[in-house]
Structure formats: structure tokens, C-alpha cells
Design a protein around this ligand. Structure first.
Ligand code: GRG
Length: 297
């Protein structure tokens, strides 16, 4: 690819939007209100996880048609996690992606069902989206990878520990384990699913992308902790200062703001270094490391 990935990122976001739109039942499809609420919940967002899937695919020499299902599936899982995280029983938030959270715009029961249905849809898309060019064995591998990352040994497990830990002072190792599960696992799965779609990926390449995903995933959450203190609701599109209000341990609270920044910077450097095996072909993922590192929301 001769043009920089930054030029193609908007087209990938549009592509992802079209894939999701194709996979979501129409707003007037029975039951209409649930489908409208699902669409409402998936709309917006930076689509960073989908971009990671497409960028990793480019690095591995894959066409986007091979990656549409995993890109859409990870965004559907991510959207479900945000809807459930915002519920009164969890983070109890009324603002997400710059507008009312799903349980405020609709109601709590609908928001629970939206999350349930988005999760099921993610696996349906991976298994059966006929427009995606993937062999049955590749789809099966992607289903297993996403299920592990989203479930109790990944994101849901991290969320459970996060809720149990409110009001407790976690040490750094405990906090890191929580973040690696809650946020890191799904981000890491983006890279792992792209590898699953690439039958020619070597063990070295798979290992390099996994190390990149692990570092980016943890750095992403440390940044989130920092933005929760330093940003504002208008920029973030969600409430701020919640970690402290809920008595949550964060990187800044455990190690101080300057050390938290240094830790994130070091992880971004490690992520970039992991890509050396790809030479110039690593450019799309290097761009995303810059984009994520420089994000303000
Ligand atoms: C409720 C099962 C369940 C899981 C929740 C990921 C998560 C686990 C909760 C989200 C809480 C949160 C705000 C975590 C910080 C990291 C994060 C996932 C931020 C949101 O991701 P972005 O910035 O969001 O990529 P957009 O809206 O751009 O897609």
C-alpha cells in the first residue's frame, strides 16, 4: 500500500458502518423497538477496535473482505459491553458517545436485552456472514478467540473484579491484571482474529502482533484512567471523575499521574518495537499506536 493508513482510516470506518448496518436487522424488523435500540447503541464511537483488525490484516497482506466479520463482531461486543457497563447496577452512567446511554434513551430492561442481542449477533456474524471471505476453520478460530476474550477469562472477568474492587486499594499487580482483562483482552483479540484470518502468518508474526495487542490494550486503559481525571465530559462524550467518585483504584491513584503517563508511554514504545519484524509493512499499526496514544477522547 503506497498511501498512508491515515488516508484509508475514514474509508475503513465507513466500511465497518456498512458491514454493521448489513448485519443488524432493520429498525422495523420484529421486535422493532429492540432493533432500533441496538442500532442506537452501536452508532458512533471511534471504531478503534475495527481499525486494529483492518490494520493488522493489511500488515499481514489480507484484503478487507477477509476482515469484515471480525471487525464488526468486535465492535458489536464492545458496544454491548458499554451498554451493560452504563447500567445502574454497574457504572450507572447517563452519557455515552456524547448522548444518552441506552437505558436512559430506552429503559433498563431494553438495555439489558440490547447487550444480550448484540453479543449473540457478534458470534452470528463471525460464524455466518457470507460476504466475509473466511474458511470455516478460520471462522471457528475467530469465534473461540472472541469468546475467550469477551467472557469470564477476559472482559467480563475483568468487569467482575472491577466491581468487587470498588472501595479497595489495589496494588499495581492487581490493577494491571484487572485492566488486562477488562479492556486489554478485547483489544488483543483484534490482533489475534486478524492472525486467524491469515493462513500464511508465521509464528514470529503472530507473536509480534500479540505483543503489540497486549501493550496497546493495557496502555489504552491507563490512558482512560488519565483522561477520566484530565479531560472534560464534552470532549470525552461521557461522564468524568467517576473513578474517584466510585472509589476505584486507577493507575494515577496507585502510582501517581506522572508515573502513570510514563507507564503508558513505555507500553506504546514496546508496542511499536514489537512490530520490527514487519519492517515498513508495519506502518498501519504504527499509525494506530500514534492515534491511540494521542487520543483526547
Ligand atoms: C459490562 C460485560 C461488561 C463489560 C464492561 C469495557 C468495559 C467492560 C466497560 C467499559 C468501561 C470503560 C469506560 C472502560 C474504559 C476503556 C474503554 C472500553 C473505553 C471505551 O472505549 P472507546 O474509547 O469507546 O474505544 P468508543 O465509544 O470510541 O467506541
Amino acid at each position: 500500500m503506497s498511501t498512508p493508513f491515515s488516508d484509508r482510516a475514514p474509508a475503513y470506518r465507513d466500511r465497518l458502518g456498512a458491514v454493521v448496518e448489513r448485519c443488524l436487522p432493520a429498525d422495523d424488523h420484529y421486535p422493532a423497538r429492540l432493533h432500533a435500540a441496538m442500532r442506537y447503541s452501536v452508532d458512533g464511537g471511534k471504531r478503534l477496535r475495527a481499525l486494529l483488525v483492518y490494520a493488522a490484516g493489511e500488515v499481514l497482506g489480507l484484503p478487507p473482505e477477509a476482515l469484515d466479520a471480525p471487525a464488526a463482531a468486535v465492535e458489536l461486543i464492545h458496544a454491548y459491553s458499554l451498554v451493560h457497563d452504563d447500567l445502574p447496577a454497574m457504572d450507572d452512567d447517563d452519557l455515552r458517545r456524547g448522548r444518552a446511554t441506552t437505558h436512559i434513551a430506552y429503559d433498563e430492561a431494553t438495555a439489558i436485552l440490547v447487550g444480550d442481542a448484540l453479543q449473540a449477533l457478534a458470534f452470528e456474524v463471525l460464524a455466518a456472514d457470507s460476504a466475509t471471505a473466511a474458511a470455516p476453520t478460520q471462522r471457528l478460530r475467530m469465534v473461540a478467540l472472541l469468546a475467550e476474550a469477551a467472557g469470564s477469562r477476559g472482559m467480563v472477568g475483568g468487569q467482575a473484579v472491577d466491581l468487587e474492587s470498588e472501595g479497595l486499594d489495589l496494588n499495581l499487580a492487581e490493577l494491571e491484571a484487572l485492566h488486562i482483562h477488562k479492556t486489554g483482552a478485547l483489544i488483543r483479540a483484534c490482533l489475534r482474529m486478524a492472525c486467524a484470518a491469515a493462513s500464511a502468518a508465521s509464528p514470529d508474526q503472530i507473536d509480534a502482533l500479540d505483543r503489540y495487542g497486549k501493550c496497546i490494550g493495557l496502555a489504552f486503559q491507563i490512558q482512560d484512567d488519565i483522561l477520566d481525571i484530565e479531560s472534560n465530559a464534552a470532549t470525552l462524550g461521557k461522564s468524568i471523575g467517576k473513578d474517584e467518585a466510585q472509589g476505584k483504584s486507577t493507575y494515577p491513584s496507585v502510582m501517581g499521574l506522572p508515573a502513570a503517563r510514563e507507564r503508558a508511554e513505555s507500553l506504546f514504545s514496546q508496542a511499536r518495537a514489537a512490530l520490527e519484524v514487519f519492517g515498513a509493512a508495519a506502518a498501519p499499526l504504527l499509525f494506530l499506536a500514534d492515534l491511540i496514544q494521542g487520543r483526547d477522547h
